[in-house]
Design a protein around this ligand. Sequence first.
Ligand SMILES: C[C@H](O)[C@H](O)[C@H]1CNC2=NC(N)=NC(=O)C2=N1
Length: 161
Amino acid sequence: MAGALEPQFSANADMGKLGASLSPLLVTNGGRWSLAMEGQALEREFKFKTFAKTWDFMTAVSLQCKLKNHHPEWSNVFNTTFIRWTTHHPKGLSEKDIELAAICDKLATDFGELAIEGLQGQQQEQQQQQQQQQGEACGLSGLANRAVGSAGDCCVPKSAK
Ligand SMILES: C[C@H](O)[C@H](O)[C@H]1CNC2=NC(N)=NC(=O)C2=N1
């Protein structure tokens, strides 16, 4: 079960510090993010009223990615954006993933993120898991997975190849 996953931090991470900043982001602690990919990733969906708002949010996120030199695995259809933060090299959750996840939460609020009606954190996570089990290939995480497959080993420095 995704909720029972332990975070897998990338090599050289200060686990105590990362654990403390990660914890409030998680659905299990009242946040909005779920651990995925065997604890190596944080993911969630964002919904907005219109495509224009969604795209503005994604543009704002992309500016932060440029500033931090860190990219998400993400996909978008109409008013919904799926974002997964994971570090490709060294593999696992890093400080940048956690920092950018928190920035996404803040930006989403600024751009008028819609509340997921009637769903509390735990229920929301159950729904996400069901969606994963029901075949992510046609969902937004499936779209992001396809992009990951095509991008190859994007983040391995040339010296380590
Ligand atoms: C060479 C450059 O520093 C790397 O490609 C960076 C850029 N952005 C990155 N983004 C992510 N998500 N993981 C990485 O390992 C990573 N590495």
